[in-house]
Ligand binder design. Sequence first.
Ligand code: BGP
Length: 458
Amino acid sequence: MKREFPEGFWWGSATSSTQLEGAASEGGKGKNIWDHWYEVEPGRFFDGVGPEQTSGFYHRYREDIALMKEIGHNTYRFSISWSRLIPGGEGPVNEEAATFYGNVIDELLKQGIEPFVTLYHFDMPKEMQDQGGFENRRVAEAFARYAKVCFERYGDRVKKWFTFNEPIVPVEGGYLYDFHYPNIVDGKKASQVAYHTMIASALAISEYRKVGDGKIGIILNLTPSYPRSEHPADVKASNIADLFFNRSFLDPSVLGEYPQELIDLLVAHDHLPAVREGDRDLLKQNTIDLLGVNYYQPRRVKAKEHLPNPEAPFMPEWFFDHYEMPGRKMNPYRGWEIYEKGIYDIMMNLKENYGNIESFVSENGMGVQDEGRFEQDGMIHDDYRIDFIKGHLEWLHTAIEEGCQAKGYHLWTFMDNWSWMNAYKNRYGFYQVDLDTMERKPKKSAHWFKEVSTQNGF
Ligand code: BGP
């Protein structure tokens, strides 16, 4: 059966500045928390490889954008680095960086590729983190000023903006589970950081409303939560996981208010963040136009088997246990579950409970360790990735047929790039990158994707 997508469907891929640009200490860039963390604890990074050694887009963006064009991209999502544009996070603009991002945008437009710009992808400027990061409301305000600079400089050419990429991840990683800087475990701080990130997003949107004539949104990693059974205790556990990991940002971003159940739960455990008078209106008046959905894997949940230790730090896992569903399909090259229908469930949820907001898949992808083993005659034969993308696109197509407003699909990622603590362990790109020569070579999936985007379906 031919799957044809609506006219104008967005075909492309997504990246982030820290993971792609390289040149971490060139061009007047300030340090972000990744540069800093690598400096102080290089041993925590896979193979000891840090953000300086990323794929070199800063110097090769022209060639790279030509490669995007080559495989049929009509859209491309990248992020601006706050610490490159405004070193330290506040103060004068680094004109060299401003020229770089302006050139990237112009080059994309010249090639007929629409830029989708994320303002923050896990990369807090070091000096802002020294002030407490988003624990400190001042930093949320500084973020809105940085956002304003971006709108003023590039708003004439960029018509799709995103305040944050996966805002829950720095909260989880930095304040609960120890995989992002400042790697502490403190539920109260986690709650405050999550809240101020949401405030920062709303403040940036309010700036955009004054000057912008395009669309502004947020990118959320939605992990649909599935209970082990229909038993009320499992369902309750799954709903609580959904509150923490999805609705904590989805509800305020789209509906302009937090779910009452989440507020009640935080009140009951004395974990409500400090709020200011007027915040309720700020959130209500600054909801998004467009939602990016990052989807990798679902969350499977069951009721708690043992009561949490009240002495242990507060965790979302006080309320549910994770559950490994027997027979689930796994990515054998990375160990994440593959559940293609999840994308359909997310879209139907947006249709039914979130006013059918305009959305798109802003990340979906398959990480593979030691991918070189699939190279034959100079090309990586990543048929597994083609199957992965196809499976998700089929369900996305079904959702569209059933009335969802899903407007596009972006693979994570354009070319193999550095990934946080995992560095180059898992490869995701359409293009293979040789880290010694920096040569880019299309994988089989790149050729396949070109056909799909050219025919607007498969
Ligand atoms: C998302 C992030 C990306 C990217 C991707 C793959 O959560 O937005 O930055 O890294 O996940 O995950 P990983 O690199 O950990 O395999």
